[in-house]
Ligand binder design. Sequence first.
Ligand SMILES: Nc1ncnc2c1ncn2[C@@H]1O[C@H](COP(=O)(O)OP(=O)(O)OP(=O)(O)O)[C@@H](O)[C@H]1O
Length: 376
Amino acid sequence: MQVRLEQLTKAFESRKKDSVIAVNKLDLTIESGKLIGLLGPSGCGKSTTLFMVAGIHDVTDGKIYFDDRDVTELSADKRGIGLVFQNYALYPHLSVWDNIAFPLLNSKDMKKRLKKQFAEQHSNSPNYKAYINKLVEDAAKLVEITAYLDRKPGELSGGQQQRVAIARAIVKSPSILLMDEPLSNLDARLRIQTRDEIKRIQQQTGITTIMVTHDQEEALAISDEVIVLKDGLLQQQGAPQDVYDNPANQFVAEFISRSQINMVHGKIATNKLYLGQEEWFPLPAPLMDQEVTIGLRYENIKHAMENIERSFTASVTAKARIGGISTVQVRLADGQQITLLNDHDESLRESERLNLVVKPQSILVFNQKGEKILQC
Ligand SMILES: Nc1ncnc2c1ncn2[C@@H]1O[C@H](COP(=O)(O)OP(=O)(O)OP(=O)(O)O)[C@@H](O)[C@H]1O
């Protein structure tokens, strides 16, 4: 099912006189069957957006459509969504089976729907009870927790509990699955494993899924598309690699870079780009004279032959090795430091002068407002 937000806005009344605009005129279309990473720093409005789509928060302004149906005023239980929370929110006194079956057995609407489905589908189940049992077992099988159906949540690991929560959300065949930071209570190893599980489950079911996360690596790894928010405003939507390669602005470039980006001070003067104080190269198209910030990702800066077009020189100040990644820090003529990946040359010496070049289309130039004015 497609999800479309039109000028979606949420203001929270504050005790002080100004209200907080948590989500600000958000226009978005999420295509059916996609896994979306809703991404941004703490307080940017991710959860508020998700909870409006879920029907948990009412909207201050704007519209929410599921396909062509306006669901803005529809209550949460009538939207056909599955919800997964950060803290799993399982019932501790119920078994895993009972937790998964809970939404099937405790909603009048759902019971009505299931009875109709059971009658229409001429299912292989001999009776309604067996039909429910099969739905629970199928959901448990999908998330691979069949062996734990008799246990209580407290007898499971965090990762297993989150799988139960996912099973409970998908057992009612929702049209949309909404996940609020589903991985953040898990340790690093389980996070990667569960992240990959979410991808598999989403691909197997084809349910349109929106996953809120503040962890860009997590979002980039599994999402078909990422949506980046800041201060309640949409910054960019696109395929992970495209957003990484072509960030819309300085904020996105820094947020989606695992911090491995240099932001170097420079300027544009008489249609030439300056790296620090040094003239670098003529602009491909004219731009106004101004101070700029130049974004250069570590992996895009390479050693080069002397005098190659757009090359620049810098001297080595330090080398570092973190895990399998080796970096070298160099100083430009005006003293600014930049870092690059030290792919191949372990023999670099301190103060050695290097000739460097940046991969085409990866020089990102931002104006003082953080808007991208050039990428070349
Ligand atoms: N019930 C509320 N009352 C008042 N302000 C709220 C309320 N809920 C959220 N906010 C504010 O709205 C803004 C967006 O909050 P939201 O929880 O959506 O952000 P988030 O991106 O999900 O953050 P996090 O990653 O920390 O969960 C924040 O400034 C927050 O303080």
